[in-house]
Write a new protein. Sequence first.
Lengths: 169, 143
Amino acid sequence: MADTPHRIAEDEAGKRATFDEIEVGQLLGSMEWTPTEAMIDQQCELDLDYHAWFSVDSPWGGRIAPPQISYRPPRWLFSRRYNVRGLFYKWEIENVRPIKAGITLNVSGTLAEKYVKNNREFVVYQVQAVDPDNNVVFRTRRTHVLDFVDRTAPRAGVGLDSGIKSEKI
Amino acid sequence: MAILTASTPVGHELPPVARQFRAEHFKRGDEKTIHTDLEAARREGLPAPVAIGPQVAALLFQQLRMCFEKGWVEGGRCEIVFRRPVFVTDFCVAKGTVTRREEGRDSVRLHCDVWIENQKGDKVVAGTASGVVPHGSDKGIAK
């Protein structure tokens, strides 16, 4: 098995979602997400990207987060619906308003599209977040390739990796 | 003060932002993933652990925040493709060029080509981005 190209069939989180099981139009659901000052600190440390707006104060009143903190909540929504690992392929992002510490956002999305290209399977999901006044804060559209290995390889292996991570920054 | 202003011309190069990645930058507790563990990566068909995409893309976001400041936080847009794997010990540098000016009533949206190169000069991430700069933002800037 080790020498035969194959795709991972299951991991610690159970059976991996297959291309056929992923349903275009499927709602990914929604979640309430409140960025905290600790999350902002962690995002800055992960990215080694520091600015007074993130650490002290900003023109919008209080600390804001680096906009890319918006990466994880949409991924969590996707992972709640489908046990997918794969690789990140394409990232579209629109920063509409600042993400502020302590302001709860409603994050919701859908499975937008799936396609095969270069003998690999791609899935696309889109998500937006709104603040308590229903103002859009960010929009994003993501494309993941389900496997690095070609889709002609059988699903047979067991991964060390889990498609569902703890929901933290 | 934002680096780009209402008078920034097409062709202007964005300041590069670089980072030497280390394996420990991608550790999350004891998790064994394609980002942290050689065997986990090999099982997925990868030759070695790969960097977490958003942490690589963050070089571009830092560059765009420096260039646009408020106009990145409110109105920034980006569309990038991870063209090939970035490995956890790669050196990466974000680069970019202003490609188009879109005049608005109160501001200018500056469109850019953006990309990230590894230590071999390969474009591992590439795409486009834009942000807004207000008219009058070039006042007082030394030419």
